[in-house]
Design a protein around this ligand. Structure first.
Ligand code: C2E
Ligand code: MG
Ligand code: MG
Ligand code: MG
Length: 279
């Protein structure tokens, strides 16, 4: 037993993991200053409307330009921000910044531009979330109809009853609500039916494996059928090839997003995509 105990740490913490844990600790403490030092930025990935090939809007994706480590992925620092609570402040910054950008585009292009913002568990469940949304809208004078929130499926099902109430409140304000990474969580169909949603975003993994087998293709088809019966529009994320695009078009998907069209872009480059015709 003693032998096992002494061996265990070595088995679990190899050098890579130790380095990664050190990095997480380091990033956690530096994240507190990242906001003040203006190290956070948003990139914008176009969302393409399949019925006419126009740009339907953009998804705002967060990056941390770290002075030593370069660009840090949100997959790395959002979980850290969630665990130390900074996500609330970061989330407010993201909302304000995204609304500001959408408003700038609206003024420049003379028509409303839809912006999607990702919202995480702790942010949504923290008190004051609705107020933060209202503040961002007021401060930037953006119409609520231009703001869409993306909430992951796993989050929605954590505490469905109170989430349903909150989503109703956000929708009353005029926001659009999308369920992100759909198919990877464990949605109860009865709850899904009661969720005030507008958009269902098919997880990238389904698009990825679409041609692997008949079963996988059937999976996407059934998600689309489910969306139709719930009267939701469908976005497919992670579209990387023309073949995927064509199949999704045939299946009746409404919107697509992915590297096949564009990577997430800096605001100036994104501006140039607003009047772009994709198909
Ligand atoms: P997500 O919301 O599901 O965003 C999609 C991710 O897939 C993005 O990664 C995007 O850059 C990437 N992607 C887009 N098209 C393709 C493609 O064709 N192929 C591949 N392989 N990837 C593609 P990113 O920007 O690294 O963001 C990762 C996740 O971090 C997001 O997943 C989202 O859950 C979270 N996140 C990003 N920004 C924010 C934010 O402002 N707040 C919160 N709470 N979470 C955020
Ligand atoms: Mg998203
Ligand atoms: Mg997603
Ligand atoms: Mg994701």
């Amino acid at each position: 037993f003693a032998k096992n105990q002494s061996e265990l740490p070595y088995a679990i913490f190899n050098e890579d993991m130790l380095a990664e844990n050190m990095l997480r600790l380091e990033l956690g403490s530096q994240l507190r200053h990242a906001l003040d030092r203006d190290e956070l930025t948003l990139l914008y990935q176009p969302m393409v409307q399949l019925c006419d090939g126009t740009t339907a809007g953009f998804e705002a994706l967060l990056r941390w330009e770290h002075p030593e480590h370069g660009t840090v992925s949100p997959n790395m620092f959002i979980p850290i921000a969630e665990s130390n609570g900074l996500i609330v402040e970061i989330g407010k910054w993201v909302l304000r910044k995204a609304c500001q950008q959408a408003k700038l585009w609206q003024v420049e292009f003379g028509r409303p531009i839809m912006i999607s913002v990702n919202v995480s568990v702790r942010q949504l469940s923290a008190s004051g979330f609705v107020e933060a949304v209202n503040e961002a809208l007021e401060e930037t004078q953006l119409q609520p109809e231009c703001l869409k929130l993306e909430v992951t499926e796993s989050l929605l099902m954590q505490d469905p009853e109170s989430t349903i109430e909150l989503l109703h409140e956000l929708r009353r304000i005029g926001l659009t609500i999308g369920i992100d990474d759909f198919g990877t969580g464990y949605s109860s169909l009865s709850y899904l039916h009661r969720m005030p949603l507008d958009i269902l975003k098919v997880d990238r993994s389904f698009v990825d494996s679409m041609f692997d087998s008949d079963k996988n293709a059937a999976l996407i088809r059934s998600i689309l059928a489910l969306a139709k019966s719930l009267e939701l529009n469908v976005v497919a994320e992670g579209v990387e090839t023309r073949a995927q695009l064509q199949r999704l078009q045939d299946l009746g998907c409404h919107f697509v997003q992915g590297f096949y069209f564009s990577h997430p872009l800096k605001p100036d480059a994104a501006s140039e995509m607003i009047n772009h015709h994709w198909l």
